[in-house]
Ligand binder design. Structure first.
Ligand code: ADP
Ligand code: MG
Length: 262
């Protein structure tokens, strides 16, 4: 059975797509079969992987179609290969209308789970890149995966904003009577002049936060932004960058939490 994980945060620009991609590639490097799902209507992940060619074309075998109509035929036909060694189900223009179209539907929050149940059985990991807002798609990601990696950005690094992110997940757990596991809260875009080391140190000593916060943080590096802009990964663009090891550490943490220590 596959381990499903969503990289979620209701805020945009915190590094969800960047972390989702690097985590996926790091897991693939560890010999795992990985399926990446782009659940964001902006389709940044799909664009990044060069899989946005048909973005504006109506497609009866798109993720949006399967979420709205339910899977009728050939759900595996949505799976694309990428040059990064991971398989991908891309987003397209129709994803913009999915929340509206689902708003009055039965089981609207369960659509992604129902779809994934048909396609991801043979993968070791399914990673869902979540949209930057609360709503039906966000709920779908949590309900389908039940394991969450939460990136937080340097400027938002406070107990209040971490609690806000955790509260959203709590609310879904209560509303749908499920248990979701927070695999990691990952400080990202950490600048030398930004959040003081003491703030991070304080968070690492705060009950209710310290349990989830990774013992490493991903620093802001031009090489990461450039790698994403060049539609590649840091591993390929600048393997010597000091932050590759933090993506590796995240992959190791995810493996040990999902598969247990060897
Ligand atoms: N650690 C980092 N250092 C430098 N740039 C980063 C880092 N993490 C993300 N970025 C850049 O920040 C922007 C937002 O990241 P992205 O992953 O798209 O966030 P989200 O998916 O949460 O909206 C992108 O331009 C990305 O390349
Ligand atoms: Mg994104």
């Amino acid at each position: 059975m596959t381990h499903r994980i969503t990289v979620s945060n209701q805020k945009g620009g915190v590094g969800k797509t960047t972390i989702c991609l690097h985590l996926a590639v790091a897991l693939a490097d560890r010999g795992r079969d990985v399926l990446l799902i782009d659940l964001d209507p902006s389709a940044y992940l799909s664009v990044h992987l060069g899989l946005d060619e048909d973005y504006y074309e109506e497609n009866e075998n798109s993720l949006a179609y399967h979420l709205v109509e339910g899977s009728r035929s050939n759900p595996e036909g949505t799976i694309l290969n990428s040059d990064e060694g991971v398989d991908v189900i891309s987003s397209n223009y129709d994803m913009r209308g999915v929340e509206d179209r689902l708003s009055a539907e039965r089981n609207r929050e369960m659509r992604l789970k129902m779809f994934l149940d048909e396609v991801d059985e043979d993968y070791d990991y399914t990673l869902v890149d979540s949209p930057p807002s609360l709503g039906i798609l966000y709920d779908n990601a949590i309900l389908a995966c039940r394991r969450v990696v939460i990136p937080i950005k340097d400027e938002d690094m406070s107990i209040i904003s971490i609690h806000r992110a955790l509260d959203e997940i709590d609310e879904i757990e209560r509303a749908f009577r499920i248990d979701a596991e927070i695999l990691a809260i990952v400080p990202n875009l950490v600048r030398p002049d930004g959040v003081a080391a003491s703030t991070l140190e304080g968070l690492r000593n705060t009950d209710g936060v310290k349990e989830y916060l990774t013992p490493f943080e991903i620093r802001q590096r031009v090489a990461i932004r450039r790698a994403m802009k060049k539609r590649t990964t840091l591993y390929k663009h600048k393997p010597s960058c000091d932050q590759t090891e933090n993506f590796e550490k995240l992959a190791d943490l995810v493996v040990s939490k999902c598969e247990g220590d060897p």
